[in-house]
Design a protein around this ligand. Structure first.
Ligand code: HEC
Length: 140
């Protein structure tokens, strides 16, 4: 086969089709078990929004600054579900106690798990460089 413009075009088209099909046929997520129930997580996000948790807490460094960033609170070895659950029920001096049902707490925990699974963010471990970029401390 001669490699003229038409043939190159046809090869590119064929490659595009094969690649597109391979994407559509592949599984939606590489992780078979992401560690959370995505429907529950979506429900939890609504509860998070309805209670305005973001006004005091950050996710990925964005949000209010009265409370801590909760992006990775679920996988924090010092916290974990039991501590988080207790905190949400009883509140603290600065955080209001929410009258949440067991069902709502479960949704919120699944939401926090989904956020945790989406990446790592701890703004306290970032420093701003002179060029306006953000770098992560290696020692944290
Ligand atoms: C009025 C501000 C405020 C609101 C609104 C708020 N929190 Fe908090 N939250 C705090 C503060 C402050 C802390 C830190 C605990 C402390 O030392 O008092 C905290 C702590 C937490 C912690 C533990 C984090 C850690 O690292 O110890 C979790 C989990 C949490 N909040 C979840 C929630 C959820 C879920 C909501 C919404 C239903 C919410 N918070 C709404 C202020 C708030």
């Amino acid at each position: 086969m001669k490699l003229n413009a038409t043939n190159v075009f046809l090869i590119l088209c064929a490659s595009f089709l094969v690649f597109s099909f391979s994407i559509y046929l592949g599984p939606l997520s590489k992780k078979a078990n992401p560690g959370f129930n995505s429907e529950e997580a979506a429900r939890g996000r609504l509860i998070w929004q309805n209670h305005n948790c973001q006004s005091c807490h950050q996710l990925y460094g964005l949000g209010g600054y009265l409370g801590p960033d909760l992006t990775n609170v679920i996988s924090d070895a010092r916290k974990g579900e039991v501590v988080i659950r207790a905190l949400m029920k009883s509140g603290t001096k600065q955080m209001p106690a929410y009258d949440l049902s067991e069902n709502e707490i479960h949704g919120l925990l699944e939401f926090l798990k989904s956020v945790d699974a989406s990446g790592v963010a701890d703004p306290r471990s970032f420093t701003n460089t002179n060029f306006g970029m953000i770098e992560k401390h290696e020692n944290k």
